[in-house]
Design a protein around this ligand. Structure first.
Ligand SMILES: [Zn+2]
Length: 304
């Protein structure tokens, strides 16, 4: 049988661990870097992302920030004038906040809809709809102090090539800052979005550390998100009517009652899940130590 090469470290020492028959993908585990990856490593492609419900262009923006986004904003703190590249533009006000804090922000996303949102709603004009490999190849500007890619790596067909290409556009002391779903999270949901062709690789803190070391990055830090409200959103999917109201707002319903109810219910939902999360964390900690959904990592190119 042909050996399957690991896309994170190029080792051929890999083993088939399961078959995902729905789309004829297998999962392999690499004995060298502990990475788990799909075979074939074939992503969904631009058209899929542009038509997927998960990646539609938001018409408005809430001031909600994702956990890794909050961490990075805190890390940047008072350092202004950083030149930052964000790969994979999200739906939150993260990029706007970065810009407001005085950083120069460039956005790249394969999905034209997300680029429209970034330009029109977030006011980040320097945003490009293209493949990241093309962006890196054609980039002539000043090198970046930070390249950010939250929840991107697990979608890529060649993670190792990607982090190596980034070295061409990073400044001497430049950092990569990224996040991926944690495959060792407490009660992982069986959501289809976590399978190929959407997610092609699965990461743990060990596999990230090995991946970075093998690809000549030195690890600054790797943090698992706390077990919080978000994991419970995903698990139980109780939305208290916020989805219904959100759909109305998306369709252009501007009635003040709808807007206010949506905001109140959203706040209530956040409080409810946070209280539940604190209770579970306290109850389970001595025995299970529940781990959160995401892993956040910061690294620097070695010998630069
Ligand atoms: Zn490997």
């Amino acid at each position: 049988m042909d050996k399957i090469q690991c896309p994170m470290c190029s080792s051929q020492d890999t083993i088939n661990i399961s078959t995902y028959t729905a789309d004829k993908y297998n999962f392999y585990c690499c004995n060298k870097c502990e990475g788990i990856f799909a075979n074939p490593m074939k992503s969904a492609g631009k058209e899929w992302y542009e038509t997927s419900e998960l990646y539609q262009e938001p018409q408005t923006v809430s001031d909600y920030l994702q956990w890794p986004e909050k961490l990075l904003l805190k890390d940047i703190g008072l350092s202004k004038n950083l030149n930052i590249l964000n790969i994979g533009c999200g739906k939150t006000i993260f990029l706007k906040k970065l810009k407001e804090s005085g950083c120069m922000v460039t956005g790249v996303d394969i999905n034209e809809k997300m680029i429209r949102f970034t330009k029109n709603i977030l006011g980040v004009e320097n945003a490009h709809a293209c493949e990241i490999s093309d962006f890196i190849r054609n980039y002539q500007g000043e090198k970046f102090d930070i390249v950010v890619f939250f929840e991107v790596l697990e979608h890529l067909e060649n993670p190792s090539e990607f982090v190596n290409d980034l070295k061409n556009i990073l400044s001497g002391s430049g950092l990569i800052v990224f996040s991926v779903p944690n495959r060792e999270r407490f009660l992982p949901s069986k959501h289809l979005a976590d399978y190929p062709p959407h997610h092609l690789t699965r990461w743990s803190t060990n596999s990230i550390r090995n991946f970075l070391e093998i690809n000549d990055y030195s690890v600054d830090r790797i943090i698992i998100s706390p077990f919080t409200a978000e994991i419970l959103f995903h698990l139980f999917g109780i939305f208290f009517g916020t989805e219904y109201l959100e759909n109305k707002i998306k369709k252009g319903d501007k009635r003040i009652l709808i807007t206010i109810s949506y905001k109140l219910l959203f706040k209530f939902r956040v409080i409810f899940y946070n209280v539940l999360a604190i209770a579970l964390r306290t109850l389970l900690k001595p025995k299970i130590k529940p781990k959160g959904i995401d892993i956040y990592a910061v690294a620097k190119v070695k010998n630069k």
